[in-house]
Design a protein around this ligand. Structure first.
Ligand code: 5RP
Length: 234
């Protein structure tokens, strides 16, 4: 990964921490992916005392490890169903702050932790900044499904106009990717998504679908790290 992209992620993450993890914040959701690592990096720079009053809520096994390995206090969303702030990455964000998430397959827990927060902040590098979903992210919309339903869901996605729904594979020998919740993932290509809310509702109604990686009307603010070193806010 180029250092320009890593620097863009870092700047977006630092801005989110500096703006939103303020003195009164007590419960913070921590997203998944590579960009979120820079959130923890910034938190650690503030020193132990500043973080000691905060309980951190993970969105995946990876994010749980990040919290624990860095000596932060771990909670869970079933203990804390209302959070102050959640910060997370995204695969793509449109001009209305709708997002595609789930490139790492964690979008079920990510959505629960995002919706639990009074403020949901997305951080991303410039490659994720789009006018319309599907413009830049070409890997499809991640859909978590109960394993035995996947061929049925794939058929129904085709009926909805999906070009080539594919079961996400770990590799040919290992078989399908299994989520933290023991489910399968389907990546569904719908081209440009002009009405993400409508598409989300249609996919969610398919029997066997657990959660869809379309985050519609969930984000409050998005910070993009740009190529020129600046950070823009949407
Ligand atoms: C995982 C996600 C991630 O937040 C998303 O894939 C972005 O990851 P990265 O910060 O590595 O670009 O949704 O399910």
């Amino acid at each position: 990964m180029s250092s320009l992209i890593e620097e863009a992620k870092r700047r977006a993450a630092y801005r989110a921490v500096d703006q939103h993890i303020t003195y009164h914040v007590r419960l913070v959701g921590i997203g998944s992916g590579s960009t979120i690592g820079y959130v923890v990096e910034r938190l650690l720079q503030r020193g132990k005392e500043a973080n000691a009053r905060i309980v951190f809520i993970p969105t995946s096994f990876q994010s749980r490890q990040l919290i624990v390995d860095n000596g932060l206090t771990l909670g869970d969303v079933d203990q804390y169903p209302e959070l102050d702030v959640t910060i997370d990455g995204a695969d793509e964000v449109d001009e209305n702050l709708n997002a595609i998430k789930g490139g790492g397959g964690c979008h079920l827990r990510e959505k629960v932790v995002a919706e639990a927060a009074k403020k949901f902040i997305i951080i991303a590098d410039y490659r994720k900044n789009a006018k319309t979903l599907g413009e830049k992210w070409k890997q499809g919309i991640p859909i978590e499904v109960v394993p035995f339903t996947y061929t049925r869901v794939i058929k129904e996605l085709k009926d909805l106009g999906c070009e080539n729904p594919t079961l996400r594979m770990a590799n040919a020998k290992a078989g399908p990717v299994i989520t933290d919740n023991g489910n399968f993932l389907i990546d569904a290509h719908f081209g440009l998504v002009n009405s993400p809310g409508e598409l989300l509702r249609k996919i969610k109604l398919l029997t066997g679908v657990v959660e869809v990686g379309l985050f519609v009307d969930v984000a409050d603010v998005v910070y993009f790290g740009n190529e020129d070193g600046s950070v823009s806010e949407k």
